[in-house]
Design a protein around this ligand. Structure first.
Ligand SMILES: Nc1nc2c(c(=O)[nH]1)N[C@H]1C(S)=C(S)[C@@H](COP(=O)(O)O)O[C@H]1N2
Ligand SMILES: [Mo]
Length: 373
């Protein structure tokens, strides 16, 4: 028999859970599509670290159950296959923390013209967090990685809704797997990973788009070839050379989408009224290709640009805050736009090339506001 006390306890746990969910749901913006696509509101891009409670979520099928003791199997072209829980990984390998941008390849898709099907993200399918875990290369070394292994294939505990829907299986090339920044992470922003973000274990690939960051990891498999399946051979591919907007692109003219290009996003002010006097344009900028070099702001529609001040440390796949201050003494309608540049000389374009899946949109972001007495 279930006692009254147990029922009351269960009811209060349920109420607590509901209030927690409601708190996150009130802030995150539902993007539709299947089942958990939530984007971060622009206002949160005024700081280096995006709080986990408002960090965007993208899941193709929704999360599996939460099991912090779930093990991950490392097998394939390894002389000593391993099966390890998070606790076992932690006690066997050095712990590392990276600060990195996690951005969905489809972030900004809604701005491509002609429009492209898929989740219609605006700017909020990205965030920056600290991720703590162990290096994938350390685990592969211990497992005796074979010279024949050229790709690492990964999958998670989430399952498609029906057998005819392909599973989320991804692979990364061996050079990327052995990069010291590639982590098997179990903490985010200093706390245990939440279920939505891949608990108990996810891959972290700084500089590469979110689809490589496999959540709820169960299998890490060393193999000779790139992984097969819909999420490698069809999805997440870009034209090798720019194509006519709207034109079909044959598969052999496509390559996997990996590093995300240089981009800046303005957090504040959003379209609003401002009093006369000091004004500040604030946002985040980053590049998956090279460290950020500069952000410039234009107040005349892109004719002239002035450098903004950068905060935070530069790094590949790492966001910095930019701040641009000016004094507005007379009433005016202001349109401010930002343009970022990375250390390899890549410059954020006014409007990026179209591609069939609408990936990596990184056009200039602008904001308009009214300054008055
Ligand atoms: N197992 C699994 N991992 C996954 C996905 C998924 O559907 N299943 N989605 C990927 C995609 S497309 C993105 S953009 C990121 C999003 O990570 P987040 O939800 O922690 O923000 O997770 C990636 N990892
Ligand atoms: Mo994504």
């Amino acid at each position: 028999m279930i006692g009254r006390r147990a029922i009351l306890q269960a009811a209060s746990v349920a109420a607590l859970l509901r209030s927690k969910l409601a708190a996150a749901d009130e802030v995150l913006i539902r993007q539709g599509g299947s089942p958990q696509n939530l984007s971060t509101p622009l206002d949160y891009f005024d700081r280096l670290i995006t709080p986990t409670s408002v960090f965007f979520v993208r899941s193709h099928f929704g999360p599996p159950s939460l099991d912090r003791t779930r093990k991950t199997t490392f097998d394939g072209l390894l002389t000593m296959p391993l099966t390890l829980s998070v606790d076992e990984l932690r006690s066997s390998f050095p712990e590392v923390t990276v600060t990195a941008v996690l951005q969905c390849a489809g972030n900004g898709r809604s701005f491509h013209r002609p429009s492209v099907p898929g989740v219609q993200w605006a700017h909020g399918a990205m965030g920056q967090a600290t991720f703590t875990g162990v290096r994938l290369k350390d685990v592969l070394a211990k497992a005796g990685l074979s010279k024949d292994a050229l790709h690492i294939r990964m999958s998670g505990a989430d399952a498609p809704p029906k057998p005819t829907v392909p599973a989320f299986i991804r692979s990364i090339p061996i050079e990327r797997a052995l990069d010291p920044s590639t982590l098997l992470a179990y903490r985010m922003n200093g706390e245990d990973l939440t279920l939505a973000h891949g608990a108990p274990l996810r891959l972290v690939v700084p500089g590469w788009a979110g689809d490589h960051w496999v959540k709820w990891l169960t299998s890490v498999h060393a193999q000779k070839d790139e992984a097969d399946g819909f999420y490698m051979k069809t999805a997440y591919r870009m034209p090798i050379d720019p194509v006519e907007p709207g034109a079909p692109v044959p598969p052999e003219k496509m390559k996997p989408a990996s590093t995300f290009p240089v981009k800046s996003i303005i957090a504040r002010p959003s379209s609003s009224k401002r009093p006369l006097g000091p004004q500040e344009i604030v946002g985040l900028a980053f590049s998956g290709v090279a460290p950020l070099a500069s952000v410039e702001v234009s107040l005349d529609g892109g004719k002239t640009f002035t450098p903004a001040k950068l905060e935070g440390e530069p790094g590949v796949g790492r966001a910095q805050v930019f701040r641009f201050r000016f004094d507005q003494k007379t009433p005016a309608h202001i349109e401010a736009l930002a343009r970022a540049r990375d250390a390899k000389g890549n410059v954020q374009p006014e409007s990026p090339p179209w591609n069939p899946s609408g990936y990596f949109w990184n056009g200039w972001h602008s904001t308009e506001f009214e300054v008055s007495q």
